[in-house]
Design a binder for this molecule. Structure first.
Ligand code: URP
Ligand code: ZN
Ligand code: ZN
Length: 454
């Protein structure tokens, strides 16, 4: 197959040219490649050819108390590929006290034969006991080399400092990577109690219970611990200017600290929590949306290469029936936002509008996450030998993001009404066309499990 006349977005530069795909891989890239006899041609004049998106932060089919996220692997990855994301990495979460193996088996069962994207798993570590080292070794053998710990949600998923320190030491020992959800769990729980007593019906209290300091303190502590141990660390969903500055300083000291942020922190602010009625519940996620100043500073962090990756933290709950369980009490609103479908279109559109180079957007949404997670150069780049995961984006027919037109199995989108100038036209997953003219072509998922080694 030959993709003709696209603006190809490479790692460092963009150039007009053609991409030849043979089997599942990119065979060659160049100007004016000649079509072979019988070769299928895809005309891409006016389109960008960007690397298939790599979203390394999703929560599909994730239990949350009595409910579970509304997108499972089938609906979530179908939405992802419709939006140009060809690889996802989801967090497998063993039940409380259960083995890592049970978590991994469970996630394989959820995803197997039901994923439209290629997929890998991180493993959530919510305990650090005698057995954990052997279990980590076993995960590595099965292609899981990225792990996640929470400093929040104590008594459930969260770990304390002693456990975190030990986990970081194990990461160092085995050359694996710890991703950390950084919020000071004790302080935010106290504030939730205080604010829940005062005015449980006020959604803004979600944000006030988890102010910037709560994230900053935890990021700073985790970075210090990682520095002490000499282990790299990946800070998920960075939302505040203070945390960003902390990460910048650590990088300047030469530490391997990776910074992830998400579209919601770049595009939305805490003002959403004061919308009339219960509308603000749509935006309840942790960490919460922040101020305009935080938003501005995160974009600056992107320009200055402090931010490494932009993934979604896609964690969808229905507005009617799930978010609504917190109508009387903000503490009962399930935390999380959908976004996997719109990440690429939003970022290429808003990024380009704010003067970012296309190559940088490609690095943030594909190349860097693939590198950090050990999937590069199979994933994350348009280059000979890489998987032919390619997205053609049009720039001449803007569209409006709406819940009515989305594929995500959720009854709203936080980006309702936003116009995107860069829209997904065609998507190829390992050379197979999955999306044509914006429509997913098949009902049969072709995604494969991706063991990875960081
Ligand atoms: O609110 C969020 N982000 N929910 C998903 C779980 C997490 O903390 O990443
Ligand atoms: Zn988190
Ligand atoms: Zn998450």
């Amino acid at each position: 197959m030959l993709i003709k006349n696209a603006l190809i977005i490479g790692e460092k530069e963009s150039f007009e040219g053609d991409i030849r795909i043979e089997g599942e891989r990119i065979h060659e890239i160049g100007p004016a490649l000649h079509a072979k006899e019988g070769e299928k041609l895809i005309h891409a004049e006016g389109c960008l050819a960007v690397p298939g998106g790599v979203d390394v932060h999703t929560h599909f089919d994730m239990p949350c108390g009595e409910i579970r996220t509304s997108d499972d692997f089938y609906t979530g990855t179908r939405a992802a590929i419709a939006g140009g994301t060809t690889t996802i990495m989801d967090f497998s979460e063993p039940a409380k006290g259960a083995s890592l193996q049970s978590g991994l088996d469970c996630w394989h069962e959820k995803a197997g034969g039901r994923s439209f994207c290629d997929y890998g798993f991180h493993m959530t570590l919510s305990r650090c006991d005698e057995q954990i080292e052997q279990e980590i070794v076993s995960m590595i053998a099965q292609g899981v080399t990225t792990f996640k710990a929470y400093t929040a949600y104590k008594g459930d998923l969260g770990v304390d400092d002693r456990e975190l320190y030990r986990l970081l030491k194990l990461m160092k020992k085995y050359g694996t990577l710890l991703m950390v959800h950084c919020e000071n769990g004790d302080i935010l729980e106290e504030r939730r109690k205080e604010l829940g007593k005062e005015a449980p019906e006020k959604i803004i209290n979600h944000a006030l219970s988890r102010p910037n300091e709560v994230e900053h303190e935890a990021v700073s502590r985790v970075i210090d611990m990682a520095s002490l141990v000499g282990a790299p660390v990946y800070i998920v969903h960075t939302s505040t200017r203070q945390a960003l500055d902390e990460i910048r300083r650590a990088k300047q000291r030469g530490m391997s600290v990776f910074c992830e942020t998400c579209p919601q922190y770049l595009l939305l602010t805490e003002k959403r929590y004061s919308l009339p009625g219960f509308e603000g519940a749509k935006y309840v996620c942790s960490p919460p949306l922040r101020t305009e100043e935080d938003r501005r500073r995160l974009w600056q962090g992107i320009r200055e290469d402090v931010v490494d990756t932009i993934s979604t933290d896609h964690c969808s709950f229905l507005f009617y029936g799930q978010k609504s369980q917190g109508r009387e009490d903000f503490r009962k609103i399930p935390n999380g936002l959908p976004g996997v479908e719109h990440r690429l279109e939003l970022l290429y559109s808003c990024g380009a509008a704010s003067g970012l180079d296309y190559t940088k957007i490609a690095r943030l949404t594909a190349g860097s996450p693939a590198r950090i997670m050990g999937l590069y150069p199979k994933k994350g780049v348009i280059a000979p030998g890489s998987d032919a995961d390619i997205v053609l984006l049009t720039r001449d027919c803007p569209k409006m993001i709406t819940a009515a037109s989305q594929m995500q199995a959720v009854d709203y989108t936080p980006y309702e009404g936003m116009e995107v100038s860069h829209c997904v036209r065609d998507v190829f997953l390992r050379g197979h066309q999955a999306v044509r003219a914006g429509k997913v072509l098949t009902k049969v998922p072709k995604g494969r499990y991706l063991p990875h080694r960081v």
